[in-house]
Design a protein around this ligand. Sequence first.
Ligand code: OGA
Ligand code: MN
Length: 306
Amino acid sequence: MQVNPLHPLFAAELVGADLTVRPNEQLVRTVEDAMALYGVLAIRDAEISDEQQIMFSRAFGPLEIPSRVPGAARPVGKRRITPEIFYAGNLDHDGEIVPYGSDPKSLAKGAERFHTDSSFHTMPTKWSLLHGVETPPPSVGGDTWFVDARAAYDDLSDAMKARIENLVGLHDFWEGRKLAGFKAEITPEMRLVIPFPTVKHSLVRTMPYGRKTIYVGGHCFGIEGMGAEEGLALVEELYAHATQEKYVYRHQWRQWDLVIWDNRCTMHAATPLLSDRYRRDMRRTTINESGPETSAYEWMGLADAA
Ligand code: OGA
Ligand code: MN
């Protein structure tokens, strides 16, 4: 196995790993060490099934089960795959291509703003693992961009570090969609369908290996105890700082890449597919630092909210 850096600050690829069998201690340690160092790790040639992706993911923490709209068996219109997996591709439930932007109710465009998965809930989020089962040619878009929020933290002035040290960010699923340019008005009915309330997370997080990082995600819209305008201005200042070119790694997908990112210390953004002729079949597992394998809805007591 070999780990090769992909960017001057963070992100690496792992070649020569066999993900078809239960991961041994050496593979688990290699991946944990690379993730602590690089924050993003693209495992190449992971030609594996959904079940093997789940088995591999579980070696690093309990799964976060995707939240279902209360009462529904699976997300509306989404590809029918195993309920442990979050579907992030452009195929509908029958495996046909959904033209980009054709669904006015689609929330997927929210992913085109830099965000961290799951910051809008209270589970102890760790990593996402996204599998490129079918990937378009690089020339038609569909790259995923990443930023290193640890490097961005390191470069803050001492005054800014002191200012934000003990602040708490406010995160909200629907406010995040608004920040991402979701045009439709957010109605009480929508809040009933996806019932996440506003949650709080420390603005500065310390990783288990000691590095500090900015946690603003894409769903962070304010700061506890600050006026709405002042809070949003600070969030946007940190967000603009962290998403500068120098902190960005652009991942061009190869088929069977399994890209792992640490949601605690990186942000990522989808980029649009420029052609509807290509299939992009992307399947995500999400893991937590600890806790039972459950959905955020169950964890937060929202499962029966509607
Ligand atoms: C995700 C996500 C981006 C992409 O799966 O969480 O943001 O490029 N995906 O598919
Ligand atoms: Mn995402």
